[in-house]
Design a protein around this ligand. Structure first.
Ligand code: HEC
Ligand code: HEC
Ligand code: HEC
Length: 127
């Protein structure tokens, strides 16, 4: 039969991929990342669920919009708090400890965004 030699191995790989997250995470359930929430603020620039999944999309949107389109450098949260649409002066103004926040998840997910080579990372002391 056409292709039958490949169907079974493909199925095995497919099922393995689909369940990977489950058995991979089961082994280290105790060490899930626990990013430190900013003490002084109640809300993020978008809802938490969106931020968890799509903060990188938002960052790129801000950058492209500021540098190539509207030039709009500020935004307003749902409850009316004004913020800078900026990695340094926005995100890191509220999330001011990169190690305890950004890196907490990124180390876990094994991603290393290459933003810090150019963008400064304000420290609590510097503010
Ligand atoms: C005005 C302050 C403020 C700004 C600006 C801000 N955040 Fe947040 N962010 C918060 C707060 C407060 C929370 C926690 C909200 C909650 O408890 O649900 C949060 C939550 C998050 C979360 C979810 C964390 C989790 O525990 O799952 C991510 C990811 C995040 N922010 C990333 C960013 C990024 C990236 C930026 C810049 C694009 C940014 N934030 C800008 C205050 C801010
Ligand atoms: C709740 C966990 C969590 C927090 C907190 C978090 N991130 Fe992330 N971030 C991730 C995950 C997971 C990915 C990879 C997701 C993917 O590739 O789809 C990622 C990817 C990114 C990327 C894209 C990386 C690339 O190489 O394309 C950027 C940029 C980024 N994060 C910036 C930030 C910044 C800045 C902060 C701190 C203000 C932050 N993140 C906080 C979980 C988090
Ligand atoms: C090669 C250097 C370089 C790297 C790497 C880099 N940027 Fe930038 N970025 C810039 C410069 C230069 C500007 C323009 C600064 C301005 O006009 O405010 C900018 C502007 C931005 C802005 C809008 C203005 C602001 O103050 O934040 C955002 C958002 C941004 N970058 C996000 C990112 C993210 C997220 C990453 C990592 C995935 C990243 N950048 C990596 C150089 C860099």
């Amino acid at each position: 039969m056409y292709g039958s030699g490949r169907v079974i191995p493909s199925l095995i790989v497919f099922v393995g991929l689909m369940t990977f997250a489950i058995w991979y995470n089961a082994g280290k359930a105790q060490q899930l990342p626990d990013p430190e929430k900013p003490a002084e603020y109640e809300e993020c620039v978008r809802d938490t669920q969106f931020m968890r999944k799509s903060h990188m999309v938002l960052l790129h949107e801000w950058r492209d919009d500021i540098l190539r389109k509207s030039g709009q450098r500020t935004g307003v949260t749902a409850s009316g708090l004004r913020y800078d649409r900026s990695l340094q002066k926005g995100c890191m103004n509220c999330h001011d400890d990169r190690k305890k926040f950004c890196d907490e998840c990124h180390d876990y997910a094994a991603v290393t965004p290459d933003c810090w080579g150019c963008h400064l990372e304000p420290t609590k002391e510097a503010r």
